[in-house]
Design a protein around this ligand. Structure first.
Ligand SMILES: Cc1cc2nc3c(=O)[nH]c(=O)nc-3n(C[C@H](O)[C@H](O)[C@H](O)COP(=O)(O)O)c2cc1C
Length: 150
């Protein structure tokens, strides 16, 4: 499971950490979680993954510049190579999130990537309940990978 994210003030990071902790649950065997910054992740990282989690804050009604930088870099190599991966979108927003969801979905649609689950959108301060939901999502995604469902 490849996690690609970027966080300036830490709240997207908190959600990704919770998701990663859920994915690493002891109940799940054989799923390796790689957690990379969007400014570092490469085409090779995507090719090596069975599932890509894309996590971004919503900035100015769009995804973060860092996630856009990642998608700009990998889009054509992945498209030309026919590399399709299920993805999970996570958006951390102050009060909305829909613009970032639309922006990412438009791009991954171009890659014909199927969504593993509907986007997780976390709005406002990150609460324990948000962390729990993210951990459950991480565990569910890892369990699906373990069972070969993704
Ligand atoms: C420059 C900037 C633009 C933002 N634009 C939006 C926005 O359009 N919609 C929204 O809901 N929140 C917006 N926010 C709030 C962030 O999405 C929110 O603070 C988020 O938790 C930041 O994530 P981070 O802590 O991982 O950096 C914006 C924040 C900043 C700094």
């Amino acid at each position: 499971m490849l996690l690609v994210s970027h966080s300036r003030s830490g709240s997207t990071r908190a959600i990704v950490d919770a998701l990663a902790a859920g994915a690493a649950d002891d109940a799940i065997d054989g799923v390796v979680v790689r957690d990379l910054d969007a400014l570092e992740a490469t085409v090779e990282d995507v090719c090596a993954a069975d599932l890509v989690v894309l996590a971004t804050p919503e900035n100015f009604g769009y995804m973060s510049g860092a996630l856009k930088y990642f998608l700009d870099a990998v889009y054509h190599p992945l498209l030309d190579g026919g590399v399709r991966r299920p993805y999970q979108l996570v958006v951390k927003a102050g009060n909305d999130g829909s613009g970032a969801v639309r922006a990412v979905e438009r791009i991954v649609r171009g890659l014909s990537w199927p969504a593993a689950r509907p986007p997780l959108i976390v709005v406002g301060d990150v609460t324990d309940a948000d962390r729990e939901i993210a951990a459950e999502l991480g565990m569910a995604l890892a369990a699906s990978l373990e069972m070969g469902l993704l």
